[in-house]
Design a protein around this ligand. Structure first.
Ligand code: DX5
Ligand code: ZN
Length: 217
């Protein structure tokens, strides 16, 4: 078992967007650690979600750490805008840029935490050269683009491999529920991103507590 506290990062992708502000306030009251914001451009992934405008609109409503997951091509172009909007961490996809070092430098220059992510089909060795420069590795446990998909258990090997040589946070994202959360934490994950398993439930506080409880396994 990983001894660090497991952090819960609800993904707003599963929130009721007609009441997004209230949803976020309820999630903070429910005990969330981070707020995960999925940014999709219709190019890196087939879906389109939100941009910096929404991040800046929700920023004043909460003190939660804003964990912004960019599923967009050419992330370098948008780092400044997401930093200005109030992101605390910006995670980009290793597959989406030609020069990850440059993206990392730009994020750090803005005083933000840096995350790097891999989609399921990408070998985890793709992040080896940047591991020492990032705060978080996000292992996608579904194909990025949509909430509500099934957890891909074979991604746990990636979590284990990163954990062997990395002291930062390892996030898992996609298909996290009580059962998959236990497996992910055992493999070395320290941040659980969850959409359906929290925003999709009636009682946010209970949903978060149940996921967090998995860290005791
Ligand atoms: C998928 C997103 C996830 C998504 C997870 O591309 O990166 O953050 O919201 O949703 P669930 O928890 O429903 O699989
Ligand atoms: Zn995500």
């Amino acid at each position: 078992m990983d001894e660090r506290k497991v952090l819960i990062a609800p993904s707003i992708l599963s929130a009721d967007f007609s009441r997004l502000g209230e949803e976020i306030v309820s999630m903070e009251k429910g005990g969330a650690d981070w707020l995960h914001v999925d940014v999709m451009d219709g190019r890196f992934v087939p879906n389109i979600t939100v941009g910096p405008l929404v991040v800046s609109a929700i920023r004043p409503l909460t003190g939660l750490f804003f964990d912004v997951h960019l599923m967009i091509v050419d992330p370098l172009r948008y780092i400044d805008r997401f930093a200005d909007a109030g992101s605390d961490m910006i995670t980009f996809h290793i597959e989406a840029c030609e020069n990850p070092g440059e993206v990392i430098r730009r994020i750090k220059a803005r005083g933000k935490k840096v995350g790097v992510s891999v989609r399921p089909g990408t070998d985890i060795s793709a992040v080896d050269s940047v591991l020492e420069q990032v705060d978080t590795v996000l292992v996608m446990t579904v194909e990025p683009g949509f909430g509500g998909q099934s957890f891909m258990e074979d991604m746990l090997d990636k979590v284990k491999r990163v954990r062997r040589g990395f002291n930062g946070h390892i996030q898992v994202d996609g298909g996290i529920n009580r059962e998959s959360a236990v497996k992910a934490v055992r493999a070395g994950a320290s941040v659980l991103v969850a959409g359906t398993a929290v925003f999709g439930q009636e009682d946010y506080s209970r949903a978060i507590a149940e996921l967090r409880g998995t860290s005791n396994f």
